[in-house]
Design a protein around this ligand. Structure first.
Ligand SMILES: [Zn+2]
Length: 171
């Protein structure tokens, strides 16, 4: 959902979203890497000087796999959101745009704010880097201990070492 910064009224803009808003569902799926089960948010978008301040609250719940045991879990992220987007100078050099890209900071490109990107950034920052059963915002839905799934196959018959085993050293 893109918002033209110059069309944001003085008093700001209020945006509500839920599971019926594809831009918000896509952003949540991208950020939390799971199937979206529940989503609710309320945002205030305000112009502050040359930038835009996005504040509000977001609650999201997704179904995904535990990173350790690969069983089904639910990941729930709920809380306040506060993001700041700086305006690029009107006649920004190409260099400035490149720097903004490289730093991955919130800049308003082409005078627009993409709320989907803002939501993705918020959830990606709030969400855990590794999702495991028993972690604070992770709820297990399957029985059983959270143990490492089958380790990668390291069969003893690795061909390169088999050659070494048969090697005879004649001194
Ligand atoms: Zn697990």
């Amino acid at each position: 959902m893109r918002i033209a910064v110059e069309e944001i009224p003085e008093e700001g803009l209020e945006v509500d979203f839920g599971p019926g808003d594809p831009w918000a569902v896509d952003a949540t799926r991208r950020a939390l890497e799971g199937e979206v089960l529940a989503l609710a948010g309320h945002l205030q978008v305000r112009r502050v000087g040359p930038g835009v301040l996005v504040t509000g609250r977001v609650a999201a719940r997704v179904a995904r796999a535990c990173d350790r045991c690969l069983k089904d879990v639910r990941l729930a992220i709920e809380g306040p959101l506060s993001l700041w987007y700086a305006g690029l100078p009107e006649h920004a050099s190409e260099q400035a745009s490149l720097t903004a890209d490289a730093l991955d900071v919130g800049f308003l490109e082409g005078g627009e704010l993409d709320l989907g990107i803002a939501l993705t950034e918020h959830l990606a920052l709030e969400g855990p880097t590794v999702v495991r059963c028993g972690d604070p915002r992770v709820e297990a839905v399957e029985e059983g201990a959270c143990e490492l799934a089958a380790p990668p196959d390291e069969s003893p018959g690795e061909p390169r070492f088999a050659v070494l085993k048969d090697l005879k050293l004649d001194d």
